[in-house]
Design a protein around this ligand. Structure first.
Ligand code: HEM
Length: 143
């Protein structure tokens, strides 16, 4: 289970993300796409930009990463009710299915998050570990 202290660690650290959300979203998605370059094909609206430095200035890319991070912010705010948070994620998994995107892709993106927040948003080790616990708790909702 996610303890109150773990939830607080995640929520307090998220303020740092909130203050710089576009940049954070862009950076995480760059990391994701560099690790999974073929996945850019899921995004017709910016696939032609290619996975590289130029993607960061692509407006459709920026809009996408901001959308995802705003959504993650809602999950963070809901962590006190893991069932509600899980159901929100479940809806997104369902909305992605017709696009050929599976839980595996969600898992790969979320797996990057704890270390990303340590390296880019000043999260400390216990906060990253709290994220690992939260993600493990949310994973069953995505199946
Ligand atoms: C659209 C969230 C992961 C591909 C969206 C939207 C949200 C969202 C909120 C807009 C509403 C909707 O269509 O449901 C998330 C979250 C993710 C995630 C929270 C992980 C935690 C991914 C991954 C991919 C992906 C890993 C592909 C590899 C897409 C695509 C769209 C979309 C193609 C439609 C874009 C468009 O053409 O407007 N996502 N997403 N998503 N997402 Fe995700």
């Amino acid at each position: 289970v996610l303890t109150t202290a773990q939830r607080a660690a995640i929520q307090n650290n998220w303020a740092t993300v909130d203050a710089n959300m576009q940049e954070m979203g862009d950076a995480l998605f760059m990391r994701y796409l560099l690790a999974n370059p073929g996945d850019i094909q899921f995004f017709p609206k910016f696939a032609s930009a290619g996975v590289g430095a130029q993607l960061r200035s692509n407006e459709a890319f920026q809009e996408q990463t901001l959308t995802v991070f705003q959504f993650l912010g809602k999950i963070v705010a809901k962590l006190g009710d893991l069932d509600a948070a899980g159901k929100m994620l479940q809806e997104r998994v369902h909305s992605h299915k017709p696009r050929g995107i599976t839980m595996a892709q969600f898992e790969r993106l979320l797996d990057l998050l704890p270390r990303f927040l340590q390296e880019n948003a000043g999260a400390h080790g216990p906060c990253a570990d709290a994220w690992r616990v939260a993600i493990a708790n949310l994973m069953p909702y995505m199946r």
